[in-house]
Design a protein around this ligand. Structure first.
Ligand SMILES: Nc1ncnc2c1ncn2[C@@H]1O[C@H](COP(=O)(O)OP(=O)(O)OP(=O)(O)O)[C@@H](O)[C@H]1O
Ligand SMILES: [Mg+2]
Length: 366
């Protein structure tokens, strides 16, 4: 049974369609992330699930129960939706201890003293903050405050956890560490989670599925590998990293056994084969998406291996980035971004052959 279902939900502010007919179904125990640029409607969507914002079209259901239906004017307020929430500013209360912060949702629900003690202790143990129970909240690091906010969201065992950029105030190292810990906790508790971020790496690392949004609409929903390697459109491809997008036209199109299409494509002075999710007609314009990490650099005039597309060119820039080296090369009248091992030496002007395997080339509509 889906744990959260959004059917055609929308919300406008004046002329701005903040969210435009969004449909989404989150399964029990699933971790789903709304990802997209600033202003695309992520927070508004989450707030409609929470009941902090009213949807002006469509219907929201949680755990099989309709909690908001614009058509019939049904609206269940936030405190009756059994949701745990963590927002960007963790909003833990500075005048309270860690214990009292986490106890708050239980006190509001009039839990007994014994129940509060047991549940708060258990929630703090989950986030490994037990020994900080008596500390005043301000005497904690950002990451510790974050954990307190998560404990407070979990303490009343909500059906669904909603998180809006909960890690954005942390430095990069702590963000990665907290992200991994949070993911492990979520898997252990099998808690249905709807998460918001504009950070693509965070979304890929945490999620079972990613919902890519733009201007209030969903562009694509899929597993991290799917939205990364098999983007449905140019916009989705461009959202993850800095792919090379090469103009080409279709010479032939054949369905494959696994439900894709194999295209023969032709560009300016090059040709080759690639995969696509949809059928294209002869001479249709496509963009061939090549990820920087999939470009292979070889000696000049290396013949293209079977199933590879190759271009001759030369290196114009190389930047050492620690784990890898970013290389820019000009080939076939285009400028390529390449991610090579950091150990590869570069010399500007060096002649090279760039190649990429058919399975690592993906075409989208131009
Ligand atoms: N209360 C409001 N009144 C007027 N406009 C609003 C209101 N809340 C949101 N908007 C507008 O709705 C659109 C979506 O906003 P939203 O906060 O959902 O974006 P977001 O994807 O969460 O962005 P960010 O990544 O910057 O947090 C924006 O254009 C925003 O200006
Ligand atoms: Mg937001």
């Amino acid at each position: 049974m889906p744990s959260v279902t959004l059917e055609e939900i929308g919300r406008h502010f004046g002329d701005v369609k903040a969210v435009d007919r969004v449909n989404l179904s989150v399964a029990h125990g699933e971790f789903v992330t709304l990802l997209g640029p600033s202003g695309c409607g992520k927070t508004t969507t989450l707030r409609m699930v929470a009941g902090l914002e009213r949807n002006d079209t469509g219907r929201v259901s949680i755990g099989g129960r309709v909690v908001s239906d614009a058509r019939v004017g049904l609206f269940v307020p936030p405190d009756l939706r059994q949701l745990g929430m963590v927002f960007q500013s963790y909003a833990i209360w500075p005048h309270m201890t860690v214990f009292d912060n986490v106890a708050y949702p239980l006190r509001v629900r009039r839990a007994t003293k014994a129940e509060i003690r047991d549940k708060v202790t258990a929630a703090l143990r989950l986030v490994e903050m037990e020994r900080f129970a008596d500390r005043p909240a301000p005497a904690l690091s950002g990451g510790q405050q974050q954990r307190v906010a998560i404990a407070r969201a979990l303490v009343f065992e909500p059906e669904v956890l909603l998180l809006d950029e909960p890690l954005s105030n942390l430095d990069a190292r702590l963000r990665a560490q907290m992200g991994d810990e949070f993911r492990a906790l979520q898997r252990r508790l099998k808690i249905t989670t709807l998460y918001v971020t504009h950070d693509q790496e965070e979304a890929m690392a945490l999620s079972d599925r990613i919902v890519v949004m733009q201007q209030g609409r969903i562009l694509q929903i899929g597993a991290p590998e799917t939205v990364y390697h098999r983007p449905a459109s140019r916009a989705v491809a461009a959202f993850f990293g800095t792919p090379n997008m090469i103009a080409a036209k279709v010479a032939a199109c054949q369905p494959t056994d696994d439900g894709d299409y194999m295209l023969a494509v032709e560009g300016a002075a090059w040709q080759g084969r690639c995969r696509a999710a949809e059928r294209f007609g002869r001479d249709e314009a496509v963009l061939v998406v090549v990820r920087p990490e999939n470009v292979i650099l070889a000696a000049p005039d290396t013949p293209a291996r079977d199933g590879h597309i190759a271009w001759s060119g030369h290196i114009v820039d190389g930047i050492f980035r620690g784990p890898h080296r970013s290389i820019a090369a000009e080939a076939g009248g285009m400028r390529f971004h390449i991610e090579a091992p950091a150990t590869r030496p570069v010399s500007i002007g060096e002649a090279v052959t760039l190649s990429v395997a058919t399975d690592n080339v993906w075409a989208v509509r131009a």
